[in-house]
Design a protein around this ligand. Structure first.
Ligand SMILES: Nc1nc2c(ncn2[C@@H]2O[C@H](COP(=O)(O)OP(=O)(O)OP(=O)(O)O)[C@@H](O)[C@H]2O)c(=O)[nH]1
Ligand SMILES: [Mg+2]
Length: 426
């Protein structure tokens, strides 16, 4: 565990640049992640190279240079821009005399400190244990370390045998914890009420807010809820100026004029999001996979906007979201000098805290989701209670009139539902 809550610890950053055009941006991100973890970033170095050095990530000369610079600036921690092997971390710590933290551990740590619900906590714990498992080392008393009570016990040759059996025990314990958590997560997602809620939700079109962390997804959800919350206006989600404020998925029904859909808000993205983390957040990200329309919320006031868009598209690809219709929603226009709200092509420049913007977003969603829906008149037999219930769940029923020979209904129907009820059309 990274323990820097009591006072801000000074950290030095380092990264290997393998001729990556986005390298500078990834270092900016690393600094933001470090600061989100309460570190004070005092300096940063990069090494241009063709390969990562297998034993120590950075080359020897660079390590010596960083050691001097970091010490001169009073840093006690070195944060590196990639996920390192256990050997690389140990060697770097040995060579620099600094505590070395890699990008994955940094992100895991932020997720740990933000997790509030049981599901989020279990998902983070799972990712953390999976990260730690291959990093157990015979010379380290890892489980003690995990509970914050000790560091390396520095196993020499003499206690190697004891160390190895301890290692086996630690591996077994972590392995058991991993299966227990997987089991518990499965149970949570299998709970009947959640399943029932999903079934109900699946009747209406689904829209998912996705995007880079801190772009304004939750604020956008709150704006739509406030204006069109269908009686759930007070079910606002948490929006906050920090990385990864949201770690769960919230799902709400939105009733626009004549149209309804299900809106979800979920965890934000960052580049090089650790695979294990993406993997353990599968359930949370499911909503985005099931969506009929994605709203990619972008911070239009951030100079790195284009890289953030690229990052979001990469993460979506990684979680298997492909070829879904998408609106790019350029948020925080109030922090730019441009006029808003403004619809351009299929996209929107807006501010999530501006009500005219929220109306424009709603209109755009309507156009994209419901353009081929039509108001349809039906006459159902009086015995068609099931059909009527279906219509209420799947569409917006605008009129329902009981007459002697049947129920006259007017509803806004998708092409599929128009075909389904064609026999009853009037
Ligand atoms: N000025 C301005 N600030 C905004 C706007 N939209 C959101 N914010 C602020 O941006 C910060 C992040 O907003 P959130 O809605 O929490 O962002 P998010 O995308 O849900 O972030 P994560 O859940 O952390 O990934 C908050 O401080 C919001 O108040 C906007 O249109 N204008
Ligand atoms: Mg959020």
């Amino acid at each position: 565990m990274i323990d820097n809550q009591a006072h801000s610890v000074k950290a030095y950053l380092a990264g290997v640049n393998l001729d990556d055009p986005n390298f500078d941006y990834s270092m900016t991100e690393l600094a933001n992640l470090a600061e989100a973890n309460n570190f004070t970033v005092v300096g940063s170095s990069q090494q241009k190279a063709e390969n990562i050095v297998a034993s120590s990530y950075l080359g020897k000369g660079k390590v010596a240079e960083i050691k001097d610079l970091a010490q001169g600036l009073g840093a006690s921690v070195l944060i590196v821009n990639d996920e390192l092997t256990p050997v690389q971390i140990r060697n770097l710590e040995h060579m620099t005399k600094l505590r070395v933290i890699d990008r994955t551990e940094l992100i895991l740590e932020i997720f740990s400190s933000r997790a509030r619900t049981k599901q989020a906590k279990l998902q983070v714990q799972l990712a953390r244990l999976q990260y730690e498992l291959p990093r157990l080392h015979p010379s380290e008393n890892n489980l003690d370390q995990q509970h914050g009570s000790g560091g390396s016990t520095g196993g020499g040759f003499a206690n190697r045998g004891a160390g190895e059996s301890k290692l086996e025990m630690n591996r077994r314990t972590i392995g058991k914890q991993i299966s227990a958590i997987k089991h518990e997560l499965k149970e949570i997602s299998g709970q009947e009420e959640i399943k029932a809620a999903r079934r109900n939700q699946s009747q209406l079109p689904k829209v998912a807010l996705v995007g880079y962390t801190n772009a304004g997804k939750s604020t956008t959800m709150n704006g739509l809820l406030k204006a069109f919350g269908a009686g759930n206006e007070d079910k606002q989600v948490m929006a906050k100026d920090m990385l990864f404020a949201t770690l769960d998925t919230s799902v709400r029904r939105i009733d626009l004029d004549g149209f309804s859909f299900i809106l979800s808000d979920t965890v934000g993205f960052v580049s090089k999001l650790p695979h294990k983390l993406v993997d353990s957040f599968k359930a949370t990200l499911q909503e985005a996979k099931d969506a009929d329309l994605l709203i990619n919320v972008v911070d239009a006031a951030d100079p790195n906007m284009n890289q953030m868009i690229k990052t979001t598209l990469e993460v979506l690809d990684e979680i298997g979201v492909k070829d879904l219709p998408m609106i790019t929603a350029y948020n925080k226009a109030d922090l730019t000098d441009r006029n808003y709200p403004q619809i351009e092509g299929g996209d929107l420049l807006y501010s999530a805290v501006d009500s005219a913007s929220i109306q424009a977003l709603a209109k755009l969603i309507t156009t994209r989701l419901f353009s081929n829906y039509q108001i349809t008149g039906l006459r159902l037999p009086l015995t068609a209670g099931k059909d009527l219930a279906y219509l209420h769940q799947h569409s917006r029923v605008l009129k329902e009139d009981y007459q002697a020979d049947g129920i006259e209904v007017s509803a806004r129907l998708s092409p599929q539902d128009r075909a389904r009820f064609s026999a009853y059309q009037i």
